[in-house]
Design a protein around this ligand. Structure first.
Ligand code: ADP
Ligand code: MG
Length: 764
């Protein structure tokens, strides 16, 4: 028994030792091979020192760079037709892209009404076809040499004279050998982006293909793996060196797709690793506040509230409490559609902080909104402290436009700690604001409490819990990426008393009837917002629209109604008094620019008329609509636009959900309007908005300090994103410093390629 134990110990230690040597050996190999990849491309056949220069200018300096200069597209044998097949293809009314290979036998540029037009004639085994260029004739004519062979891709049609014709096609020169290979093996041919620098040095498509091939043949084997083995096995990915080989010479388009699958995954995986590290940094490495579970005040407060919380409000409150009661800093996003009741949830969390002896602040994006929260919260707190006189809760307001004396008074109360709840705009985080004991920051209607703001607070020695509230629903893809470092709570239910808002779209010629409707409704106690767009570049002009309409309509059509005007250029005191009068029902119709967009809560204002609605973004329209329907009365949102826009939009009635993305893209502004008529659910609206805006950096990935995406498209690759997110978060939870041997590829790849973002992750 003891003998066998010793034995196994010995063999174990031998094995460890052996493994150590092996590891060393691997390490040495790795370093040597990576050195090979870092050597200059001038050592590749056909390049040399002179030709290396234009490559260097386009960022290809090392052999590694060359290996990772992937084809921009591929010519696929399976979509290649000959000219007789092409004729058939056009006759059948097909409208897709095809490729045909032909040899140039004539080229001619003709002047036609002051314009130069180029026609190039090609021949293949089955017949003839031509390419035609109405622009850049001079540029293109030199690309074609009689007797050379090209792969021509585009949408074919018959010309006036019945010839097969491609207008402005893509074309790539290929050799006779490549053509044969193409026809015989059915291969896929890579096409590289060929910048001017290379062309000018007489490096063409073919030579570039040869260089890439040479690099792959000699060096692809030395490429180190960048994903852990477990991941590669899980998804049956190609090992990276094999991927690089195939991506340059794929046997089929399926292989290309396989390669791209891994490239997309890998890119998203590293993005998620960075997010997971950033999130962990905030959570684990910074000391936060641990509130105690003191809820007497909350319970008292709830008895003074005029309504019951919805189940959803209760659920998110529990999630917030759970965070606050742990010593880790809270970094939570609270989502809920406009009118779902986020403010009260925030106030309850603030009361928990107060009972624990901390201060809580709420930051709003505009002075009007900050002031509204202030008035609203004072009202609720007053009702509470009237019922429980032994409780003292002081509330301060801090905004830019305040009188100096008022501001000083508040600053003082904040510094001494006598103010426990502070409401304000970004002025809250200015240098001169000193908190006595800040424990909770609530950020309303702003999409990010930035890294910068947190850093600024931490410089003041504070690391409060943070709750970010947003009414703009954040699609899944975004909550996994840009917002991936936040925990997520969703209020997915409206207070029970709500009736869905009626939204209609009307042409401008209907304005008199619309105003008549608003006038009629005054008798039932309704108030109305009339909104005019404010676009930066013509701020004055738009302001004029609001002002002019206000004075004109007030004097004529609405002369027997009480009207008011509010806009962004007014002094704070003016804005404040107008909003106060409107809230107190001193007048019925408020003309406004978009200063009222966010958060405003005036329950009796139940009609909103939005002029020039086509000029607003979709989420902006949804926010504006959210100003009404905030009570048990029927709310109305009337979108007004040019008559022809209204007619155009109505053509899409009932069709948006089935529309392909390209079509939505094409009719953007009509779709936005129609989407508002069809949908009231904010998540649905956000979804459509994302489709309309299309891919690109609309997500602010770069602004949040993460690397840009090259292969993955967030709107399309959601499933890959979800997998990558789960895998990356599991790994970081398991081994935050990536110390396990199996995760070394991640560690070294991060160091080599993501050092910028990594630094950011640490700041966060
Ligand atoms: P938002 O989520 O858009 O910020 P608010 O917090 O401003 O919404 O709430 C909208 C309105 O609904 C307010 O007037 C608020 O008092 C009211 N409200 C909030 N919660 C409830 C509830 N559970 N039942 C009824 N009314 C509620
Ligand atoms: Mg709100």
């Amino acid at each position: 028994m003891s003998h066998s134990l010793i034995c196994s110990r010995v063999s174990l230690s031998v094995r460890f030792c052996f493994r150590g040597i092996l590891k060393l050996h691997h390490e040495k190999n790795r370093i040597m091979s990576s050195a090979k990849l870092e050597s200059s491309i001038q050592f590749l056949p056909g390049i040399g020192p002179k030709r290396a220069i234009p490559f260097a200018n386009m960022g290809i300096k090392t052999i590694r760079d060359m290996l990772f200069y992937f084809p921009a597209r591929y010519l696929d044998r399976s979509t290649i037709l000959n000219s007789s097949q092409l004729a058939q293809f056009i006759h059948e009314g097909n409208d897709s892209e095809v490729t045909i290979i032909g040899t140039v036998y004539n080229k001619e540029s003709k002047r036609f009404g002051g314009k130069e037009i180029l026609v190039v004639n090609f021949r293949d085994k089955g017949g003839f076809f031509e390419g035609i260029w109405f622009q850049g004739a001079r540029y293109h004519i030199n690309k074609f040499v009689i007797g050379e062979t090209f792969a021509v891709s585009g949408k074919p049609a018959f010309s006036k004279f019945g010839n097969i014709q491609f207008a402005h096609p893509d074309y790539d020169k290929i050799t006779e050998d490549e053509t044969q290979q193409f026809y015989n093996t059915g291969k896929v041919l890579p096409v590289y982006r060929l910048p001017k620098e290379l062309r000018e040095r007489n490096i063409g498509d073919m030579s570039l293909r040869k260089m890439a091939t040479a690099a792959v043949d000699q060096y692809a084997v030395y490429i180190e793996e960048t994903l852990p083995r477990s991941i590669i096995e899980k998804y049956k990915f190609l090992p990276l060196s094999e991927l690089v080989r195939r991506v340059h010479y794929p046997a089929s388009m399926e292989e290309v797709n396989d390669c791209h699958g891994r490239l997309k995954y890998e890119e998203l995986f590293y993005l998620e690793i960075l997010i997971a590290m950033r999130k962990r940094n905030v959570k684990e490495e910074l000391p936060g506040i641990m509130f105690e579970n003191k809820t007497a005040m909350i319970r008292e407060f709830m008895t003074t509230l005029s309504f019951e919380l919805t189940e959803a409000q209760k659920k998110v409150s529990r999630e917030i409490f759970r965070d606050m009661l742990t010593p880790k800093p809270m970094n939570r996003l609270l989502q809920g559609d406009v009118g779902s009741g986020k403010t009260i949830v925030a106030l309850i969390a603030m009361i928990l902080a107060v009972e624990n002896g901390y201060q809580a602040v709420m930051m709003a994006p505009t002075e009007i909104l900050a002031n509204q929260h202030f008035l609203n919260i004072i009202k609720l707190i007053k009702r509470y402290t009237d019922a429980f006189p032994e409780r003292i809760v002081n509330v301060s307001l801090l905004i830019g436009g305040q009188k100096k004396s008022v501001r000083m008074e508040h600053l003082n109360a904040i510094a001494t700690g006598s103010s426990q709840i502070v409401i304000g705009t970004h002025a809250l985080f200015e240098e001169e604001v000193l908190f006595n004991r800040l424990g909770l920051v609530v950020v309303d209607e702003q999409h990010r409490f930035g890294v910068v703001q947190r850093a600024r607070l931490m410089n003041k020695g504070l690391n409060p819990d943070v709750l970010v509230m947003s009414a703009t629903p954040i699609p899944r893809t975004l909550s996994l990426t840009v917002y991936g470092d936040l925990d997520n709570s969703v209020i997915d239910e409206m207070p029970a008393n709500r009736i869905p808002i009626i939204t209609s779209l009307r042409g401008e010629s209907r304005l008199p009837a619309i105003l008549e409707f608003a006038k009629e409704k005054i008798k039932e106690g309704y108030q109305t917002f009339i909104v005019y767009p404010l676009v930066e570049e013509s701020e004055k002009l738009d302001l004029k629209a609001a002002e002019e309409n206000f004075s004109e309509l007030s004097a004529t059509f609405l002369q027997d109604c009480r009207t008011g005007l509010v806009h962004g250029r007014m002094k704070w005191s003016e804005k404040e008094s107008i909003m106060k009068k409107f809230a107190e029902k001193e007048f019925d119709i408020l003309f406004a620019t978009t200063v009222i967009e966010v958060g405003i809560d005036i329950p009796d204002a139940n009609i909103i008329i939005i002029n020039e609605a086509h000029r607003f973004g979709l989420s902006q329209l949804h926010q504006l609509r959210g100003r009404v329907g905030r009570s048990d009365k029927q709310g109305y949102c009337i979108l007004v636009t040019k008559d022809e826009n209204a007619a155009a939009a109505s053509r899409f009635r009932g069709q948006i959900d089935r529309m392909p993305a390209w079509m939505m893209e094409k009719f953007k502004s009509a779709i936005r309007l129609e989407a508002m008529v069809q949908h009231t659910d904010g998540f649905k609206i956000a979804d459509i908005d994302m489709k309309l805006r299309g891919p690109g950096d609309i997500f602010g990935i770069r602004q949040s300090g993460y690397p840009e995406l090259k292969y993955a498209v967030l709107t399309e690759d959601t499933e890959i994103l979800i997998n990558a997110q789960r895998d990356a978060f599991e790994i970081i939870a398991h081994d935050p410093h990536l110390q396990q041997h199996q995760f070394h590829p991640i560690k070294s790849h991060l160091r080599a390629h993501y050092s910028e973002s990594l630094r950011y992750a640490h700041i966060a």
